[in-house]
Design a protein around this ligand. Structure first.
Ligand code: MV4
Length: 454
């Protein structure tokens, strides 16, 4: 059995992993940067090793230092959390070759799903619907324009090595296409060192709905339902909920089966997510797979009662999943609000600094995953998320009312946060009626006076 785990991450997810390990009786090693000495995950882990300077590139992205720390402390496994090295196939492979378990999928699955064109082709062959588009990457402008015309405008140009919305361009005609094609190629080359791009029909105002997958190393692949992540701004999610207010039980069944087929096609093990776009008519299309635990995993945990971090560890240890698809009960509605140190009234400018008073909400159906506390200094080197509020109940109405109540209790002094924005969204008829698509946030911000969310 795994006896000690290195947590190759920081912030709330590092703390979340420490907590799961404690309950499993597994020792933890925190690694941290010079900017995170005061971080809760460092204080709550059994051991801690400083791995470098404040910049991610000097610490949390240094595979060599993380593996050295793992060897010094003699850990059996590394949990990568999300971001940083979590979807780095090379790092997963290095762990394997050093005889350290990587708590995630096999590096071949990470690699396959990391190439978004290969991922599409793989799931398509398994009978999963994909957005109509080019067959793999397009080689040159002449071929690209031909494909774009055949698909029909508007089209979207995506980087093969992209994902999560980075390096995407939309074109409405031949002229804008020629320009956007070159911009996309150059951006992809700069950002990923790989200029390859592919083309898809542009789906207008889709919903973003993803299915949680859990798979063991004995061939069992299960889905734990969906999360509706349509409320986002510039590809940063703000609110996630489950079940999606848009899906019918018929559509949910079809998408769940498709998600399992997609994961099976990637020979997937551990926790992962299948992302779909869903149009207004209920057509759904696979767009990509996330081969990591995600920020919003607590939504699924509260709906199903299954601890995903513990399951990740058990599966990495070679154990069989102890339940089947039919055993999973979807009994709750859950909503997560991301609490960011940002000023919604000033274009979401980062608001790092010292938290004066910190008081988190509690009570029936309320969960707060956060590494923040009174006196905590938020470093400016990392993303601005300082916590997640997850509220759940038997119906969507209860979850909504509970979220508003909990947000009203939350006190974070000294910095600007997204709490007032979330309160405004929880009071907004469009959101309350379950009508939010990926176009929601832009519309909300344009029709809402800033004093209602700051
Ligand atoms: C799209 C799309 C419309 N049509 N693909 C953005 C994140 C990345 N995972 C894929 N994304 C999109 N791909 C086609 N063919 C619209 C988006 C998109 C989006 C997707 C999910 C969540 C929010 C989004 C916001 C804007 C655009």
């Amino acid at each position: 059995m795994i006896q000690k785990i290195l947590i190759a991450n920081r912030g709330e997810i590092a703390l979340r992993i420490v907590r799961a390990c404690r309950e499993l009786g597994i020792k933890t090693l925190a690694v941290y940067s010079e900017a995170d000495v005061q971080s809760l995950h460092v204080q709550l882990a059994d051991e801690a090793i400083c791995i470098g300077g404040p910049k991610s590139a000097d610490s949390y992205l240094r595979a060599d230092r993380i593996i050295s720390a793992a060897e010094i402390a003699d850990v059996d496994a590394i949990h990568p959390g999300y971001g940083f090295l979590s979807e780095n196939a090379k790092f997963a492979e290095q762990c394997e070759s050093c005889n350290i378990k990587f708590i995630g999928p096999k590096y071949k699955s990470i690699k396959m799903m990391g190439d978004k064109a290969v991922a599409k082709d793989t799931v398509k062959k398994a009978g999963v619907p994909i957005v109509p588009g080019s067959d793999g990457p397009v080689e040159n402008e002449t071929e690209a324009v031909k494909v774009a015309r055949k698909i029909g405008y508007p089209v979207i140009i995506k980087a093969v090595a992209g994902g999560g919305g980075r390096g995407m361009r939309i074109a409405h005609n031949d002229i804008s296409f020629a320009k956007e094609y070159h911009v996309a190629r150059n951006e992809a080359e700069k950002a990923f060192g790989n200029g390859a791009v592919y083309i898809e029909r542009y789906i207008e105002k889709p919903r973003h709905i993803e299915f949680q997958i859990l798979a063991d190393s004995h061939g069992k692949v299960l889905h734990l339902g969906e999360r509706d992540c349509s409320v986002q701004r510039r590809h940063q999610k703000l609110i996630e909920e489950s079940p999606s207010p848009f899906l019918t039980s018929d559509l949910r069944k079809k998408m769940g089966k498709a998600a399992i087929r997609a994961a099976e096609a990637a020979a997937y093990e551990n926790a992962g997510t299948i992302e779909f776009l869903v149009d207004a008519k209920g057509n759904f299309y696979f767009i990509e797979m996330n081969t990591r635990i995600q920020v919003e995993h607590p939504v699924t945990e509260e709906c199903t009662g299954i601890d995903l971090i513990k399951q990740q560890i058990l599966v990495a240890n070679g154990e069989k999943l102890s339940f089947d698809q039919g055993d999973i009960k979807f009994e709750k509605h859950a909503i997560e609000c991301r609490i960011n140190a940002e000023d919604p009234a000033r274009n979401f400018a980062p608001s790092p600094g010292t938290i004066g008073l910190y008081y988190a909400p509690g009570g029936h159906g309320v969960r707060v995953d956060s590494h923040a506390y009174s006196g905590y200094v938020i470093p400016s080197h990392y993303d601005s998320m300082i916590g997640k509020l997850i509220c759940f109940g038997t119906t969507r109405k209860v979850a909504l009312e509970r979220t508003y109540r909990a947000l009203s209790e939350y006190i974070i002094r000294g910095i600007k946060t997204t709490i007032p924005l979330h309160k405004a969204i929880m009071s907004d008829p469009v959101f309350i009626e379950g009508k939010a698509t990926t176009a929601y946030m832009e519309d909300f911000m344009s029709r809402t006076p800033p004093d209602l969310f700051s």
